[in-house]
Design a protein around this ligand. Structure first.
Ligand code: AN7
Length: 354
């Protein structure tokens, strides 16, 4: 069977209006990669998989929801779409709008947007507007504009974004033949966790696949759902989740609670350390994407989560290529040598002796 994208594969399970077209870049179908060595390091006795969502067409999980949202908007005759974004939504909206022949306008917060995301939005032809404020300020603006004009909002407040995003839960169940015991994922604006929970519940009702406990993980400097109040000036190295007022915060808390899981926060250093550990397994993700696994590691260490005899799936939401600067800031620079055999031999000697 030819793969024609998520709406083709799972469209019958998605609540989309009849006018919805099919704008696809063949997103989804991402691998569930087993990580036995990391599982062992975390205490062992359980199966650990990462769903590498960074392998979607624009390098992040956002493409699942975007194929649905843009397909709906295009089918309704919309000409311009708009979103606020810490970067990945912007790149995804820009690509799918380009594919559909629509105009995309993306608002990003001042500074702190990873280079690969901004470059993507520009390359796909979006009008990029930098707002002198936070992501939360930008989101408030695009909500207002889309209420006043025919411009369509494609942030995850758009219900079709969640419909498309549910497909990630379906894929996990289809691959494992059941839901995992735990699902760990980063939480920013909280659309993703909300959609996973919707997807797992729908699949369980349909196919008795069971339900995971959901561990949502925020960065300590941007943890409104852990603190129980908005964060005015969110700060974290995981710029994708530098969000102080999650649009779907209530639903995220509900998903965690209903599932028997929880939402916790981890430090920036725990996030960066997990980014390195994942890269050491051959899986390079952006910092935000290591957050779910960093939360899992912390919970196992605190003995608040026992991996034993369980299946754990961690969602790695975006590719490491999106944020190359963080690597040059936090990891070793390449060695430099003269272009001579002697110089190379000297350097190699010092490497292989350590
Ligand atoms: C890599 O692009 O909010 O909790 O504007 O890019 O559904 O918001 C990105 C969020 C996790 C959090 N990992 O997901 C945006 C944006 C990565 C992300 C999240 C984001 P949500």
């Amino acid at each position: 069977m030819v793969y024609e994208g998520l709406l083709d594969r799972y469209g019958a399970l998605l609540n989309l209006p009849a006018h919805t077209g099919q704008v696809s870049l063949l997103e989804g179908n991402t691998p569930l990669i087993p990580l036995p060595r990391l599982a062992q390091e975390l205490g062992g006795g359980f199966e650990l998989y990462v769903k590498f969502e960074g392998l979607n067409p624009t390098g992040s999980f956002k493409d699942r929801g975007m194929t649905a949202a843009i397909s709906e908007a295009a089918g309704r005759g919309v000409e311009t779409v708009i979103c606020a974004s810490t970067g990945n939504t912007a790149a995804s909206a820009a690509a799918y709008a380009a594919r559909a022949g629509l105009r995309a306008v993306v608002l990003i917060p001042e500074g702190k947007v990873a280079a690969g995301k901004l470059a993507g939005a520009v390359a796909y032809g979006a009008q990029v507007i930098q707002v002198q404020g936070s992501f939360d300020d930008a989101l408030a603006l695009v909500i207002e504009i889309s209420n006043r004009t025919p411009i369509a909002l494609v942030n995850s407040l758009n219900p079709y974004r969640l419909e498309g995003q549910k497909t990630a839960a379906f894929e996990i169940c289809d691959t494992l033949q059941a839901a995992p015991d735990w699902l760990c994922l980063p939480v920013g604006n909280a659309g993703n966790i909300t959609a996973y929970w919707m997807g797992f519940r729908q699949y369980d009702a349909l196919k008795q696949t069971g339900l995971p406990k959901v561990l949502g993980v925020q960065a300590e400097g941007a943890a409104p759902l852990v603190l129980g109040r908005p964060v005015e000036k969110p700060e974290t190295v995981a710029t994708a989740i530098r969000i102080g007022r999650p649009a779907r915060g209530e639903q995220a808390l509900q998903a965690a609670e209903e599932s028997g899981g929880r939402i916790i926060a981890v430090s920036d250093s725990a996030i960066l350390s997990m980014q390195r550990r994942l890269a050491a397994e051959g899986v390079w993700v952006e910092p935000a994407s290591a957050t779910g696994l960093a939360g899992l590691a912390a919970e196992i260490q605190r003995k608040r989560l026992y991996g034993r005899d369980q299946r754990v799936v961690a969602i790695c939401t975006g590719h490491g290529l999106k944020d190359p600067d963080i690597i040059s800031q936090t990891m070793r620079a390449p060695l430099r040598v003269h272009a001579s055999l002697a110089a190379l031999e000297e350097v190699l000697g010092s490497i292989t002796n350590t």
